[in-house]
Design a protein around this ligand. Structure first.
Ligand SMILES: Nc1ncnc2c1ncn2[C@@H]1O[C@H](COP(=O)(O)OS(=O)(=O)O)[C@@H](OP(=O)(O)O)[C@H]1O
Ligand SMILES: [Mg+2]
Ligand SMILES: [Mg+2]
Ligand SMILES: [Mg+2]
Length: 334
């Protein structure tokens, strides 16, 4: 059942704002330590603190809703991580959230579900942790999925300005409720503005964005696709779901995320927040074969490969060039 989701949006906005505040405080510290997870990817005090804060707020308002979040407290519970956990506790306490180490691990693990449910939240407490560590773009991404459809979505982007080319206010919150448009408001508060994708219908001036890390999206292949489409501008590389944000605002027209290795499945928390914001702004999101993303398999997009995001008007042409370029690459490898 879908609805107006007034309470969900209010609770989620408050949670994302508090989480963004913690992330900003940690990023402003002179050194941000990180732990390496099992897959060797980094995780910081801010990732854990952000997940703790958001799960705590969701627990209070919607105790029955499962949360499929990126982090869990396993790494925090080792003896070596004790000082790290203490820092998470300190950061939370600075914003008036006092909890024991057990409380904090409990909040984080509220987000530990990996199983599909008819109603659940998905959370990336810091998307683009590598960007966060470099002092560049990152996003707090939260979405509510009901019967497999994203109904509420939020992207908190503390380092993204409200207008292109670093103009306007630094730090924005983008959000959407299905059927109610996409909106942007400064993280510090103010009047929300409705946002729309670009109306570009041709490729010569199109602006394409992609991941900074070449391990997350195939840069060579996207360059060949851009060439084939007649795109003249160089790609803009930025971390995190800020890429969805810039397409939703019309600052970019296309976001390509092309698989770098065959076995990788995209994680739902890397996309859910961004997808609805773009769709409600008039854009379109599919995988690299043109299939809609399916959020019904638990924590991964099991039946999808990569992601193509556009302003809608350019979508079909981009998908067909990506399909061609992938086929050509495959033929060459044989
Ligand atoms: N192989 C591979 N392919 C695709 N995606 C991957 C891969 N490995 C990791 N990840 C996920 O990439 C997330 C960050 O994506 P970004 O687009 O922000 O990357 S980048 O920082 O711009 O390079 C990152 O999210 P965070 O961990 O939240 O930062 C990962 O979930
Ligand atoms: Mg990560
Ligand atoms: Mg992520
Ligand atoms: Mg993350």
């Amino acid at each position: 059942m879908s609805g107006s989701y007034t309470q969900e949006l209010e609770v989620a906005q408050k949670a994302v704002r508090i989480a963004a505040q913690v992330c900003q405080a940690v990023q402003q510290a002179i050194t941000t330590e990180s732990l390496a997870k099992k897959d060797k990817s980094p995780v910081t005090v801010a990732d854990f603190a952000s997940q703790a804060v958001i799960c705590r707020e969701l627990q209070a308002a919607f105790p029955d809703d499962p949360v499929i979040g990126e982090e869990d407290s396993a790494e925090l519970k080792t003896a070596e991580a004790a000082p790290f956990l203490e820092n998470v506790q300190k950061e939370l306490s600075q914003i008036g959230i006092d909890g024991s180490p057990e409380d904090i691990c409990g909040w984080i693990d509220r987000g530990g579900s990996h199983t599909y449910a008819s109603r659940f939240w998905t959370l990336d407490p810091i998307d683009g942790t590598k960007g966060f560590l470099r002092g560049e773009q990152y996003a707090v991404s939260l979405a509510l999925i009901v019967d497999g459809k994203i109904d509420v979505a939020l992207l908190g982007c503390p380092n993204l300005y409200s207008e292109p080319n670093n103009q306007g206010t630094k730090g924005v919150l983008l959000y959407a409720v299905r059927g109610q448009g996409a909106w942007q408001v400064p993280l510090s508060g103010g009047e929300p503005q409705q946002i729309h994708c670009s109306s570009a219908e041709t490729f010569s001036d199109a602006r394409l964005c992609e991941s900074v890390e070449s391990g997350h999206s195939a840069h060579g292949l996207s360059a060949r696709v851009a060439d084939a489409l007649g795109i003249k501008n160089d790609p803009v590389r930025l971390d995190s779901q800020a890429k969805y944000a810039v397409v939703a605002r019309g600052d970019a027209d296309i976001y390509l995320r092309l698989p770098t290795r065959p076995g990788y499945r995209e994680k739902i928390w890397d996309h859910a927040g961004g997808v609805l914001v773009v769709e409600e702004a008039g854009g379109k999101v599919t995988d690299v074969t043109g299939k809609p993303l399916e959020f019904t398999y638990g924590h991964q997009l099991e039946e999808n490969l990569g992601v193509i995001v556009t302003n809608g008007k350019l979508h079909e042409a981009v998908v067909s060039k990506v399909v061609e370029a992938r086929q050509a690459e495959e033929a060459q490898q044989q």
